[in-house]
Design a protein around this ligand. Structure first.
Ligand SMILES: Nc1ncnc2c1ncn2[C@@H]1O[C@H](COP(=O)(O)OP(=O)(O)OP(=O)(O)O)[C@@H](O)[C@H]1O
Length: 895
């Protein structure tokens, strides 16, 4: 609020000195008026319940209600009024007091009389071309001099000043506006260079320069530059008077440019204006002219609107926080009289809603509840994102077995949507896929005939690389073929040794009609077909490591692959064979055998399976050797003979945690780690002169099988957690091996990622370590994704692994042979159908039919016609039924 007059400045203290002056000024009017038993004052105090405080108030010179408004809050506190009492007093002040003549609202006839008098004021204001504020105590009702007031008003046009919020009427606004410092501290607004706040308050954006605005009331200036919501100031006693240039607000009570603004609707404004109008009534226009004021030519209207109900709210909280005030204020009139605004933020209590609406909402809520409970009980299994168009009928699917049983088929019957997994499609179209695979095998064998396979000297077949990767394919079990209609999709390409294999990934294109086979070729150090014996596998993949161990190196053989692919089967064979070989060295042998279940480690050598802790061991000063973890307290057995070793292996395997899964009846649920150490006190080592001759170690790791989601779909929560831990540890192992295969030092964080890698840290990080990874794969088409994943992992473990070779073969489109509909039958087909029907029951009907009797005619036969044709009612009805059965069957296959 930028408008302020010198006169107003005098009456409203801005500083301590001014405040003292003000107090002095207050004393002077106290003396002038003197204490009296003004009935209006008594009435006011009675309304506030403060009659007893009258004497105290008198000590402050209060004789009339209006005097109270001029008091400072601290003055009232000085005489012993509490804050609550001050509030009561303030509320009583804002309420109308009909008994008091000074507080009675301006009557309509008075307004009409006041209007012409007020017209005389306007030229001065018009000349100034500035809106201004006039403190109501500077108006005629206050000092009794209209001419003086008008002079003051003229002066006020030149000055813009903000009064401090010191008056009693400011209290409420002060508290309400506490969260808006720029409003509370108008000086801040001034220093920020913002336009004078009255511009906003008066809607000055709608005022033209010629307009004049007179505001009566002190609080009218208490706004800030960001003032947008007058309700904060509704209790301000103020009146606006404008020129005929039109109203600045939406509501206009007269066509003379009067303003109706809710914050002008205040009894105090009325009380302030009434004496003003009374004075103007008494003054003659001549008197005004005598004051050398310019001619009166403009119409004025002062609009006093009915008071706002909110102003009568007896419970005005002392301090309102923002979250409390905002809804409260929003319920009131919006800025510039735009009417009551709904509070969209505050929840509407249902009790306040109209009954009809409430009932409607309640009914809707009940429907929703019922829907929710229905959904919960039905709890359909989740279906993947539905196809966009209507699903095709079974007949359109590529050779799906329509009579297939099982949960899938059941769900198909229940739901209209049909989802087909890759494996279902593979199994359903076994023949064309097998045919394609056979053709490819013949082709590739021919193509590879003249090409020499990798020799042991090749870079990918170098026995001296730290990581060797082998793949073993297990045979396809008869039960897989019988139960799942599965077929073999892994081909080993011949070679010496065989190093390449092809995975035939049988798929369907997106149309679900066109089969396609991706022949993915992989190359490893050695691949073993299902016909390869355990011994061959051992000789090719493990025996070199056994020899290396005997030479004193640290070696590791690791089985990796999906669950049920033959890891344990192969490892058993390796253990069996290596036991003999290791003892041939003549060294003493000791072993530890532990299993890892998640992050926990158990000793398999003791029957009660004690849990052991993995302890980090500082092996040396060198950084790379600092990460060695040993199973602290794990039993180390000295073994004297291969037989004893095999017995220990067998006992430990029995103790290992296993359970039946979808893929394997005896699936290992843990990683088994057996470390065989050759003792140093070996006579041979001295004979050979090699320090490490018997210091070697061989670590045999049989990993738990990798699981895909479908494998653990029916598992319990614990089992699923177990599977997740297994996969996580295998992932960590893969990371370590990748570092190793690239010849990099395995970083400490990679080891620490899982218990498995911690335990293998020593084996994997030794400078002279060698690792053989044997990837086991299942050949079944339904395991294609597993196999692909295992083979890809195996490829990444190889140094500079060649890119996998993918050959895509699109097979001819599979179109279903549909039986023609009866209406499409030729006369011959009609005859044939009739003859074979019910073992020739209707053969005689053929002779009664015309030679050109087509299917089109047949389907039009009514039941009566059929009876006529057959000669008997029972036969006729049966024929009719059978015909319509055939029609329905044909329709359903087309849908
Ligand atoms: N090469 C093979 N020849 C014959 N049978 C095999 C071969 N490989 C695996 N099997 C058989 O397959 C079944 C599962 O093998 P195995 O238990 O070794 O799988 P796994 O990979 O260890 O499974 P998991 O990870 O669940 O423990 C066993 O009955 C096993 O005898």
């Amino acid at each position: 609020m930028g408008c302020g007059a010198s006169a107003a400045q005098a009456s409203v203290p801005n500083s301590v000195d001014e405040k003292n002056e003000k107090n002095e000024g207050k004393a002077s009017w106290k003396d002038r008026n003197g204490p009296s038993d003004d009935p209006a004052l008594l009435h006011l105090l009675e309304a506030a319940g403060l009659v007893e405080q009258l004497s105290a108030l008198r000590s402050l010179g209060v004789a009339k209600p209006s005097h109270i408004s001029d008091l400072l809050v601290e003055d009232l506190e000085e005489v012993g009024l509490s804050r609550v009492q001050i509030r009561q007093l303030q509320r009583a002040l804002t309420e109308p007091h009909d008994s008091s003549p000074s507080h009675s609202p301006l009557r309509s006839n008075e307004r009409s009389e006041a209007a012409p008098l007020l017209q005389d004021v306007s030229p001065t204001l018009k000349e100034s071309r500035h809106p201004c504020n006039v403190d109501r105590h500077d108006l005629p009702g206050r000092n009794g001099c209209t001419a003086g007031v008008l002079r003051q008003m003229t002066e006020m046009q030149k000055a813009v000043e903000e009064p401090p919020l010191e008056r009693l009427t400011d209290v409420v606004d002060d508290h309400r506006g506490a969260h808006r410092p720029e409003e509370k501290d108008p000086s801040a607004a001034r220093t920020s260079g913002a336009p004078p706040p009255y511009d906003k308050r008066f809607g000055a954006e709608q005022l033209s320069p010629g307009d004049s605005v007179v505001t009566l009331g002190s609080k009218a200036r208490a706004g800030g530059p960001h003032f947008t919501r007058p309700p904060l100031y509704k209790q301000t006693p103020s009146v606006r008077v404008t020129s005929d240039h039109g109203p600045t607000d939406a509501k206009t009570s007269s066509g003379q440019g009067a303003i109706s603004n809710p914050w002008t609707e205040c009894p105090q404004a009325v009380s302030a204006v009434q004496p003003c109008s009374a004075q103007l009534e008494q003054e003659s226009p001549e008197a005004l002219r005598a004051e050398d004021l310019s001619d009166s030519s403009l119409d004025f209207d002062v609009t006093l609107l009915p008071e706002l109900p909110e102003l009568q709210n007896p419970e005005v909280p002392r301090v309102l926080h923002q979250d409390e005030t905002t809804p409260l204020l929003m319920k009131r009139q919006d800025s510039f009289g735009a009417g009551p605004q709904p509070n969209v933020d505050a929840p509407t209590p249902s009790a306040q809603l109209p009954a009809a609406l409430r009932q409607r909402l309640e009914a809707r809520e009940e429907v929703r509840k019922a829907q929710r409970s229905r959904d919960a009980t039905e709890a359909q299994p989740r279906v993947r994102s539905p196809p966009r168009r209507e699903p095709r009928s079974m007949s359109e699917r590529p050779c799906m077995n329509r009579t297939s049983s099982g949960p899938r088929a059941a769900s198909l019957g229940a739901a209209s949507r049909q989802m087909f997994s890759k494996n279902e499609l593979r199994a359903a179209n076994r023949a064309p896929f097998l045919n394609a695979i056979e053709k490819y095998q013949a082709k590739i064998v021919e193509a590879l005939a003249g090409i020499p396979t990798a020799s042991p000297g090749d870079k990918f077949h170098s026995g001296c690389r730290p990581v060797q990767v082998y793949v073993r394919k297990r045979p396809l079990f008869p039960h897989e073929e019988a139960k799942r209609n599965d077929f073999d999709v892994v081909s080993i390409l011949s070679g010496s040794p065989p190093t390449q294999m092809v995975l035939h990934n049988c798929l369907f294109q997106a149309d679900l009609r066109t089969p396609v086979v991706h022949h993915v070729r992989f190359a490893f150090d050695h691949v073993f077909g299902d016909e390869v014996s355990d011994e061959e596998v051992y000789r090719a993949s493990a025996s070199n490591l056994v020899e290396s161990t005997k030479e004193g190196r640290a070696n590791t053989i690791l089985m990796f692959g999906q669950t049920g692919s033959g890891k344990t089967h192969t490892m058993k064979a390796i253990e069996h064979l290596c036991a003999k070989d290791l003892f041939q060295s003549g060294c003493q042998m000791s072993l530890t055998f532990v299993e890892l279940r998640g992050s926990r480690c158990f000793d398999l050598l003791l029957p009660h399976l004690p849990e052991v802790r993995l302890r980090e061991q500082k092996k040396g000063d060198r950084k790379e050797e600092s990460s060695a973890f040993v199973p602290d307290g794990a039993h180390e057995l000295q073994v004297e003979s291969p037989e004893a070793l095999l017995a220990i292996f067998q006992a430990a395997r029995h103790r290992r945690a296993t359970s039946a899964t979808e893929a394997n009846d005896e699936s290992s649920r843990s990683h088994a780690i057996c470390t065989l150490r050759l003792g140093r006190s070996c006579s041979q080592s001295f004979a050979t002169g090699r320090s490490g001759g018997c210091g070697g170690s061989l670590t045999l790791v049989d990993c738990a099988g990798t699981e895909r989601r479908k494998d653990s779909a029916n598992h319990t929560r614990e089992r699923q957690q177990e599977g997740a831990e297994i996969n996580a540890s295998l992932h960590a192992l893969k990371e370590c091996i990748r570092f190793m295969s690239k010849g990099h030092r395995i970083p400490s964080h990679a080891f620490r990622a899982s218990a498995l890698t911690k335990l293998l840290a020593t084996s994997l990080s030794s400078a002279d370590t060698r690792l053989s990874v044997i990837c086991t794969v299942a050949p079944a088409a339904s395991d294609t994704e597993h196999t692909l994943s295992t083979l890809r992992t195996g490829m990444t473990l190889r140094v500079k692994a060649p890119e996998q070779d993918v050959e895509k073969e699109v097979l001819p489109n599979i179109t279903k042979q549909r039986d023609p509909h009866p209406r499409q039958w030729s006369p011959q087909q009609v005859q044939a159908w009739l003859r074979q029907l019910e073992d020739g029951l209707f053969a005689d009907v053929c002779s009664t039919l015309p030679a050109e009797f087509t299917g089109q005619m047949l389907v039009r036969l009514s039941e009566g016609h059929c009876v006529q044709l057959c000669g008997s009612e029972s036969r006729g009805r049966l024929l009719f039924d059978l015909l319509h059965q055939a029609m329905r069957g044909s329709d359903s296959t087309r849908r």
